[in-house]
Design a protein around this ligand. Structure first.
Ligand SMILES: Nc1ncnc2c1ncn2[C@@H]1O[C@H](COP(=O)(O)OP(=O)(O)OP(=O)(O)O)[C@@H](O)[C@H]1O
Length: 308
C-alpha cells in the first residue's frame, strides 16, 4: 500500500480550559473523498485547522505526505489546499485578483501563475467571472472561488470544512459535483454534520463526537452497520417463538405484546418475503410488517458511548 497522504497521531487540543479533541489517530489515502462527520461542536473544525497548519495542537503529531506539520509547516502546507468554514474572501477584489493573490501566498513561481489561475477557474466553472468583484457573486459562486483558491497550486490534498453550509439546494448540488470532480486526481477531506451528504460523496467516513473518533471505516461498512437487523410484525394468530425461528435467517424473537413481535435476523433483506410466505402457509394472519431501522440519533449515541 502507498504511504498515506495524512497521518495523525494521538492528536489532542485544548482551548483555554477544555479539551476540544482527544487522542485522534487516523490515516488518509491518496485519492477519493473522506468524510468527517460530526454534530455541531464535535471537533471537526479544530481537527481540520490543525491538519492544515492554521492552529497549533496541544499534543500529538500531524504528517502530510510524510512531513511533520509542526516542524516544517511551509513544506507541509505546500501539499494542502484548505477551504476553512469561513473562507477569507476579500470582497473588494475581483476573482482574478483574488486568485493571483492566493497563488502568490502559495509562493508559486511567477511563470506558472497565469496558467494555474486559468486552470483553477476552468475546473471550478468560474472562467467567465474573472473580472467580477467577489461581493457581486452569489453564495454558490463564492464557494467555487473558495475551492479554486484551494486547488490553484495543485495540492495532493484538499481539505473542505462544511463547504455546502449556507448554500441553497441547487448550489449544494453544483458544489457537490465540483467536489467529486476535484477528487478525481487527489485526496479530499470533507466535513459535514449531514450524514446523507457524507453517504452520497464519500468512500470513507470518520465520525467524530465530543472530540473523539467514534467510527472510522469505509462507507459500505458504515451502511452495513446502520442497516436494520430486525423487523416488527403484528400477527392476528401469532406463532410460537420456536415456529418463527424455523424461518431461514431468523436469529431471535422478542414478543412485545401477545400479537406484536420483534424478529431479529442476519444476512439479506429477503427475510420479509420469507416471513410473509410462512405466515400465509401456516395461517399466522400477518397484519403488518416493518423494518425496524434504529434512528440515526440513536446510532450516534450508541457509537459515542461505546468508544468513550
Ligand atoms: N477558539 C475557541 N475557543 C474556545 N473553545 C473553542 C474555540 N473553537 C472551538 N471551541 C470549542 O471546541 C469544541 C469543538 O469545536 P469545533 O469548532 O472544532 O467543532 P465542529 O465540529 O467544527 O463544530 P461546528 O460544526 O459547529 O463548527 C466546541 O466545544 C467549541 O465550542
Amino acid at each position: 500500500m502507498q504511504d498515506p497522504i495524512v497521518k495523525i497521531e494521538k492528536l489532542s487540543h485544548r482551548y483555554t480550559n477544555s479539551w476540544a479533541i482527544r487522542d485522534i489517530n487516523m490515516e488518509i489515502g491518496r485519492s477519493g473523498i473522506v468524510g468527517l462527520l460530526g454534530s455541531n461542536g464535535a471537533g471537526k473544525s479544530t481537527t481540520m485547522n490543525i491538519l492544515c497548519g492554521a492552529l497549533n495542537q496541544t499534543e500529538g503529531n500531524v504528517f502530510i505526505n510524510g512531513i511533520n506539520m509542526r516542524e516544517h509547516p511551509e513544506r507541509a502546507k505546500q501539499e494542502i489546499g484548505f477551504l476553512p468554514q469561513n473562507p477569507p474572501l476579500y470582497m473588494d477584489l475581483t476573482v482574478d485578483e483574488y486568485l493571483y493573490y492566493c497563488a502568490g501566498l502559495r509562493r508559486m513561481p511567477d511563470q506558472k501563475v497565469d496558467e494555474a489561475v486559468k486552470d483553477a477557474k476552468l475546473r471550478c466553472g468560474i472562467d467567465h467571472f474573472g473580472h467580477r468583484l467577489l461581493r457581486n457573486l452569489s453564495g454558490g459562486y463564492r464557494q467555487r472561488v473558495g475551492i479554486a483558491q484551494a486547488i490553484v497550486h495543485k495540492p495532493k490534498l484538499v481539505v473542505l470544512d462544511e463547504p455546502t453550509n449556507g448554500l441553497d439546494p441547487n448550489q449544494i448540488i453544483e458544489v457537490r459535483a465540483l467536489i467529486k470532480d476535484i477528487a478525481r486526481d487527489r485526496a479530499v477531506i470533507f466535513s459535514s454534520h449531514i450524514l446523507s451528504e457524507i453517504q452520497l460523496l464519500c468512500k470513507e467516513i470518520k465520525m467524530i463526537e465530543s472530540g473523539r473518533i467514534v467510527f472510522a471505516d469505509t462507507m459500505d461498512a458504515f451502511n452495513n452497520y446502520v442497516e436494520p437487523h430486525s423487523v416488527l410484525i403484528h400477527f392476528e394468530n401469532p406463532p410460537s417463538a420456536s415456529e418463527l425461528q424455523q424461518v431461514q435467517g431468523v436469529t431471535k424473537v422478542d414478543y412485545l405484546t401477545e400479537r406484536q413481535v420483534r424478529v431479529y435476523f442476519s444476512g439479506d433483506q429477503e427475510i420479509t418475503e420469507r416471513l410473509v410466505t410462512a405466515s400465509v402457509q401456516y395461517g399466522w394472519r400477518l397484519r403488518e410488517i416493518s423494518l425496524d431501522k434504529t434512528a440515526l440519533d440513536e446510532i450516534f449515541k450508541q457509537l459515542s458511548t461505546q468508544k468513550k
